[in-house]
Design a protein around this ligand. Structure first.
Ligand code: SF4
Length: 235
């Protein structure tokens, strides 16, 4: 349990489940020691373009505290984030055949929570930050490199976290944190339900062990359990 983020705190059961998913993801990564090139102090991926759910922003805000958060956010001024769509909105559009691939502009400005090359809110950073990894040093390569199944895993976890936050805000983490601080900002859209697991059939067998862990965490949510079950338990 992250200090300050208790069962009775912001987000209640959804927040508890999100924290448990973070923990399971961390354990899963520990089992793959030396698999990634990422090292402490590397922060190429720490930009203002990281996205999150309002539940995740609430967890982070509770951890940081209102006064400190307001101090951190007061001077942050950013152009509006246009064209952002959440993972479940994209999944629904794909399933309905109305998805048009477009890449929203990425703002590479450094994240305001970055301090001396390190994340100042590391224990409560959102999943969008946790999912950034690379098999090669991305500073040298110019971009991160990972296997397709790892992208699928991260998409699935993002979809699950969004479902747990359904009806709440979704957008850039920094915009959600500005809103938490009461200094502007706000979500780009609302979190949507997870319509299906967007993992190709040949990757389901690779992801099943982690999906089983997630299913145990979200067993209290029958709708989410049914979606995951239909993808992973019938093959
Ligand atoms: S919250 Fe932390 S890990 Fe995430 S982008 Fe900001 S500094 Fe990096």
């Amino acid at each position: 349990m992250v200090r300050g983020c208790t069962e009775n705190g912001y987000g209640g059961r959804a927040a508890e489940a999100v924290l448990e998913i973070y923990r399971e993801y961390g354990l899963w990564l520990e089992e793959r020691e030396n698999y990634f090139a990422c090292v402490p102090g590397c922060h190429t991926c720490c930009t203002v373009s990281v996205t999150a759910t309002a539940v995740e922003a609430g967890i982070a805000a509770e951890f940081i505290g209102v006064k400190r958060l307001r101090r951190l956010m007061e001077g942050v001024r950013l152009p509006a984030a246009d064209g952002l769509e959440s993972a479940n909105a994209i999944a629904a559009a794909c399933l309905e055949g109305r998805w048009e691939d477009h890449c929203p502009e990425h703002d590479f400005s450094p994240c305001p929570f970055l301090g001396q090359g390190r994340c100042s809110i590391y224990p409560v950073r959102p999943f969008g930050c946790r999912a950034f990894f690379s098999r090669v040093p991305c500073g040298k390569a110019g971009a991160a490199e990972v296997e397709p199944w790892f992208v699928s895993l991260n998409l699935m976890v993002q979809q699950v976290i969004e479902h747990l936050s359904r009806g709440r805000g979704w957008g850039r983490f920094v915009d959600l944190m500005r809103e938490e601080a009461g200094v502007g900002g706000g979500p780009s859209c609302r979190c949507a339900v997870m319509p299906a697991v967007m993992v190709p059939p040949w990757e389901l067998v690779i992801l099943r062990p982690y999906a089983e862990r997630i299913m145990a965490v979200v067993a209290f949510d029958p709708e989410l359990t049914a979606v995951l079950h239909s993808a992973f338990r019938q093959r």
